[in-house]
Write a protein that binds this ligand. Structure first.
Ligand SMILES: Cc1cc2nc3c(=O)[nH]c(=O)nc-3n(C[C@H](O)[C@H](O)[C@H](O)COP(=O)(O)OP(=O)(O)OC[C@H]3O[C@@H](n4cnc5c(N)ncnc54)[C@H](O)[C@@H]3O)c2cc1C
Length: 391
């Protein structure tokens, strides 16, 4: 196995880095740097979206006929890693990363023509309506129901932990259309315009002080039957297709950036035990980088990396949380003040103590969720146990 970059890949890396150098202004980089959640502030995120759309790189993973770039797996990896190193704002993943590629595979030609161009341009912003109170890991137990009324469904119920629903104008939902069979049967995948009467969004503000997640309510919401993706009562298959697009594969670059940012803080703390733990995590992050190269080499050879995405998710999120703990210890009492205003893009509020403190503290709280969303780490371990150990 050869994990070195080919001369073509090196040339591509140079092209990508030159583009990022010229296209990312200070405001965009700062927004990327300051964001502790999965996306940055709304305005810079959408400005970056439009810049990438103009360049033709906003949805690189989509099929070429729908606006994708046709890059190789290694080129995608180079792109994601370079964006992380340059602090590019992360785009909303629910549209470009989830429903877009799903519609490209499972949508009707009309749905593809209606939705995909507006998703690329940024006119449509999507959120994901899967989880409900009481239905997260056990998603098939979901209760939000849709009943047929002529050419429409009438939707009633609620979705929770809906990331960025307050910025979205569309939501893709799993709804219950039949209660008679097994829980996985009788679920339908529905596209809902959030401006439809009866849809309301209630904010949930997290410990980090961020407003990212919400609860969405549906009160007699009328949705055309033509908004089904796939077949009525067989939405579970579409949901599983979408989840294959949900997993990210470029964790190492972000971890390397975090290590570089933390290094001076750990050095200044000058505590042997902390330094040892930091170096241990450095080695583990390096192991993740090597594993990602190995996955790329496996893909390039036309083979399947198996359950590697579950493995990567567990390792990367646990290292991230361990780094957060180190940063809190290194900050000491400068980690205590509540410094939300000092973390706003363009703010003139000075941080109390260590300049990086407001961001590091927010990271600590926000990343607690990383082992839960996108399939909790316990559930990922179940997947690994089944796929790799045959248990
Ligand atoms: C910040 C954030 C953003 C989110 N964004 C979205 C979004 O945009 N859209 C959306 O639909 N959902 C979203 N979610 C919801 C997320 O997918 C669920 O929180 C997740 O699936 C876990 O479900 P739950 O919260 O109901 O916890 P539960 O499923 O109740 O789990 C509770 C605990 O039990 C463990 N557990 C559960 N089942 C098993 C099992 N079989 N074996 C071992 N352990 C188990 C879990 O690992 C966890 O530790 C988000 C969550 C967070 C925290």
């Amino acid at each position: 196995m050869d994990i070195r970059l080919s001369s073509d890949d090196l040339a591509f890396q140079e092209e990508v880095e030159a583009f990022l150098d010229t296209s990312l202004d200070d405001e965009l980089r700062r927004a990327g740097e300051l964001s502790s959640g999965i996306c940055g502030a709304h305005e810079p995120t959408m400005r970056w979206h439009r810049i990438l759309h103009k360049k033709g790189w906003v949805a690189p993973r989509w099929p070429v006929e729908h606006g994708g770039t046709g890059w190789s797996d290694m080129q995608h990896y180079i792109w994601s890693s370079a964006c992380a190193r340059a602090h590019a704002p992360r785009l909303y993943p629910m549209g470009l990363g989830m429903i877009g590629p799903t519609l490209a595979v499972c949508g009707t030609p009309e749905q593809q023509q209606d939705y995909l161009p507006k998703l690329l341009s940024g006119e449509h912003i999507w959120c994901q309506g899967y989880s409900e109170p009481g239905s997260g890991s056990d998603l098939a137990s979901l209760q939000c129901r849709a009943e047929r009324d002529g050419d429409d469904f009438i939707v009633n119920g609620t979705k929770i932990w809906t990331s960025f629903a307050h910025h979205a104008n569309h939501i893709f939902c799993l709804v219950r259309t039949d209660k008679s069979g097994k829980p996985q049967q009788g679920i339908t995948f529905l596209l809902i315009d959030m401006t439809t009467p009866g849809v309301s969004v209630r904010p949930i503000v997290t410990l980090a002080g961020d407003h990212e997640v919400n609860q969405v309510f549906f009160d007699n919401v009328r949705v055309p039957v033509t908004n089904i993706v796939g077949t009525e009562n067989e939405g579970w298959t579409v949901a599983k297709t979408l989840l294959t697009f949900e997993r990210s594969s470029a964790y190492a670059a972000r971890l390397m950036m975090r290590l570089a940012e933390l290094q001076p803080l750990v050095a200044a703390a000058d505590e042997a035990a902390l330094t040892t733990r930091f170096h241990d995590l450095e080695v583990r992050a390096k192991a993740i980088e090597m594993t990602e190269f190995r996955i790329q080499a496996t893909l390039a050879a036309g083979q399947s990396p198996g359950a590697a995405s579950s493995q990567m998710k567990i390792l990367a999120t646990e290292i991230t949380q361990a780094l957060d703990e180190i940063s809190m210890e290194a900050l000491g009492h400068h980690g205590v003040p509540w410094q939300l205003a000092a973390r706003e893009p363009g703010t003139n509020v000075k941080a109390i103590g260590e300049p990086a403190a407001p961001k590091l503290v927010a990271d600590y709280f926000n990343n607690r969720a990383a082992t839960i969303y996108g399939g909790s780490n316990e559930v990922q371990r179940n997947i690994l146990a089944k796929a790799e150990l045959g248990l």
